[in-house]
Design a protein around this ligand. Structure first.
Ligand code: ADP
Ligand code: MG
Length: 727
């Protein structure tokens, strides 16, 4: 009855009428953000200047100035109704963390005053011994510090002023994603600026940009609450396919259901007030699946905005009677969700380094950067795969709906042809750098061919899309920082090597252009193996990729090894993004997280099998048995056997499934006990991957068969056909 109650509750739900905001978006955009606009109103000219220097030029802020900023920030926040403040940070678990304090202190005369000093703004010491640290922070020195990141503006959520911060250990090691992300942004800025100087001496800074596309599912709250597996693991561990799901392809870009449209409007309104520049919304391929994308922003800000979006979604969904599912694969048999990370580099002079230029010189620069990205991804393909791997994303990768577990790059036919041409040309002298085009390759020609760059390849994990690369293998629940910091660091390292190569050639008497061109050719030649424009889902590709030497590992705990491979350690320590100790510690956390996720799923599956599935199926079997015995009481044996024949088949069928479920569940519990005795985190995770996770599908198969057999009225869990269609 549990299930029917939930279905009834869901079906009664009406769209919440959203009051369309009377004002224009631009009137309330950033209302809850202490942005430059608000800073101008609440800070003195002198303080403002110093803060902006801290943001734009990474200058340090004297404590005195921090006091002024804190005072202005508090005044603004209190006027906006905030009573508390928190340092907002991204520990190595999913999501964000916060600890709220009120703006109050004793006034020394027995009363209270509102208080928020520069000291509290700049640094805090959350008692954070329970955040994972991979052993860096032993509990006896359980101190970790959060420190203000002025480059991401403070904002208000409900009654709390949230201050974006980094989170580091007492000994200065990163315990979060933001610290290495910021360092990777600085590293790629430095390396890219140096390379840009070959082309334009005025370049002072290179920004990395990120535009994420967030996919998600919505389900009704009542149905969600009636599915312990969804509530505890984020995905359904059982559930037979709905007779209709995505085969009619009627959901993608279809009209958005009223209830969902109301949710989206509300969500966008909340996003704008927090300065999240959301722009695109549409249905995705699977039923109940949707996508949201903003206008791209500077990478650090974009990462914060994505994390903020994920929590805002949750809150807004609540008031619309929905639950947002960010898990990469909530439902079997239909598409999962990803987060496409559109990434590019751009100069402070306004040039997109991954977009074709206006003239031959800019195009040489464009090709230099593209070829360096090719090379960086080629040499670090295992690392980049590690950066997007998790227990949850593993369900999606390589499942014929998402990129395979092999990182390759799709360049599109035109750019591919161009790269091929450049590779075999004798030298820069065979390139036309002036306006006239002869028989030689003309770089002036590139903008025109790019206009028509519409070929897309949805099977590629890393695709060039005309003026950016799109890293598509990222999981929908992931913190974008993990993949962005790996990519930025890889590209920074590569650009540094490129520059060293160019400088060496110049020292040997080549012109700058000749040297750059020679290094471009080298990049194109050496990174050839990572370029693949064919079908990434095909079996042949797996074999081909193996031959090409690309990383084809599919076991997540083993994929993580790439983080501590000598090549990665060299790359990260040289750029200063992460130390060897940090890399090792972070992997401990990754393995531990992996184990815990699988462990929880195994427990939930075991519990549901034992106290939902087996009891319900046994009860139904009992009804059939009663029926059969009545038949035998009434008729002679021969006739009764005939009449009861079908019931007997079903009874035996159920018995077979029940036996299987019971035996396998017991085996799984035993395997878990063995695994739990392993001390080494990597080995434990590997055991969970190889010896425990495989039980899930086996057990599920029999549960799903029972779902089809058992009386619909007795089944306690909402079914896919109910979960997947919002009316
Ligand atoms: P598509 O569905 O074609 O991939 P979308 O409009 O859904 O396109 O999303 C594209 C994303 O890429 C948006 O977030 C957009 O702002 C972002 N984007 C566009 N140009 C760049 C760029 N140069 N660098 C980074 N992101 C970009
Ligand atoms: Mg896209």
């Amino acid at each position: 009855m549990l299930r029917f109650k939930a279905v009834e509750e869901a079906s009664k739900r009406k769209a919440v009428e959203v009051q369309a905001p009377a004002a224009k978006t631009s009137d309330y955009f950033g209302k809850y953000v202490f942005d430059r606009n608000n800073m101008r109103k609440y800070l003195s000219k002198e303080t403002l200047k110093l803060v902006l220097n801290a943001i734009d030029k990474s200058d340090s802020l004297p404590r005195e100035v921090a006091n002024h900023v804190a005072a202005g920030m508090r005044m603004w926040a209190m006027e906006m109704g905030a009573t508390h403040y928190t340092h907002w940070f991204h520990p190595l678990t999913d999501g964000t963390a916060e600890k709220h304090d009120a703006f109050v202190d004793f006034d020394g005369n027995g009363g209270m005053i509102e208080e928020f000093s520069g000291k509290l703004l700049v640094q805090q010491e959350p008692d954070a011994s329970s955040f994972p640290s991979g052993g860096i922070r032993n509990t006896f020195e359980a101190r970790g510090y959060t420190a203000w990141d002025p480059s991401s503006p403070a904002f208000i959520m409900k009654d709390t002023l949230c201050i974006p911060t980094i989170f580091i250990s007492y000994t200065g090691e990163a315990l979060d994603y933001k610290t290495p992300l910021l360092k990777s942004i600085a590293a790629v800025d430095k390396a890219a600026t140096d390379v840009c100087r070959y082309f334009d001496e005025n370049v002072r800074k290179v920004y990395s940009y990120l535009g994420w596309e967030q996919e998600y599912f919505l389900v009704d709250k009542a149905l969600y609450n009636a599915r312990p597996d969804l509530a505890l693991t984020g995905r359904t561990l059982m559930g037979h396919d709905s007779a209709k799901n995505q085969q009619l392809e009627d959901h993608y870009f279809g009209s958005i259901p009223t209830r969902v449209a109301a949710f989206m409007r509300d969500l966008e309104y909340e996003c704008y007030k927090l300065s999240i520049p959301v722009k695109t919304r549409h249905n995705e391929v699977a039923p109940n699946q949707f996508e949201l994308a903003p206008i791209y922003e500077e990478c650090n800000l974009a990462v914060d905005h994505n994390l903020l979006l994920m929590s805002v979604m949750d809150v807004v969904a609540e008031s619309h009677g929905f639950k947002v599912l960010l898990h990469e694969k909530p439902f079997k048999g239909i598409n999962g969700s990803g987060k496409h990370n559109n990434w590019s580099l751009g100069t402070d002079t306004g040039v997109n380094l991954l977009g074709p230029g206006k003239n031959a010189k800019e195009n040489l620069q464009f090709i230099a950067f593209v070829s360096n990205v090719l090379m960086a991804v080629y040499r670090n393909n295992a690392l980049l795969k590690a950066s997007i791997s998790s227990a949850t994303n593993a369900h999606r990768l390589g499942a014929n709906e998402a990129p395979p577990a092999i990182i390759s790059i799709f360049m599109g036919s035109q750019i591919s042809a161009l790269l091929d041409e450049i590779e075999v040309i004798k030298g820069i002298r065979d390139i036309e750098l002036s306006e006239k085009t002869g028989t030689r390759l003309s770089l002036n020609y590139i903008p025109e061919i790019m206009v028509d760059n519409t070929d897309r390849n949805r099977t590629s994990p890393f695709a060039f899309t005309g003026n950016r690369f799109e890293f598509r293998a990222v999981g929908s629940s992931a913190n974008c920082a993990a993949s962005m910091l790996a990519l930025n660091t890889a590209v920074a390292g590569q650009l540094k090597e490129f520059k060293a190569g160019v400088d060496a050639l110049i020292a040997r008497g080549k012109t700058t252009e000749e040297a750059v061109f020679a290094m471009i050719q080298k990049n194109i030649r050496e990174s050839r193996a990572v370029r693949f424009d064919g079908n990434g889902y095909s079996e042949e590709w797996k074999q081909e990729a193996e031959k090409r030497g690309l990383d084809c590992e599919t076991r997540v705990p083993v994929i993580f090894d790439a983080y501590v491979a000598p090549r990665t350690i060299g790359l990260f320590t040289e750029s200063g993004v992460l130390s060897e100790r940090e890399l090792h510690a972070r992997n401990e956390v990754k393995w531990e997280q992996y184990t815990k996720k699988i462990q929880i799923e195994a427990r939930v599956l075991g519990d549901l099998a034992m106290n939902h599935i087996i009891p319900v199926a046994t009860r139904y079997q009992g009804l059939l048995l009663e029926n059969v015995s009545r038949i035998f009481a009434l008729y002679d044996k021969e006739k009764a056997s005939k009449i009861a024949a079908q019931d007997l088949v079903i009874i035996e069928d159920i018995a077979d499934h029940l036996n299987f479920i019971k035996v396998k569940t017991d085996e799984m519990v035993e395997a878990r006990k063995t695994a739990n005795r392993i001390e080494n985190e990597r080995e434990k995770a590997l055991m969970y991957c190889e010896k425990i996770a495989p039980y899930f599908d086996e057990i599920r198969y029999h549960i799903d068969k029972l779902e089809l057999t058992v009386d619909n009225e007795m089944w306690t869990l909402p079914k896919y056909r109910e979960l997947l269609f919002i009316r």
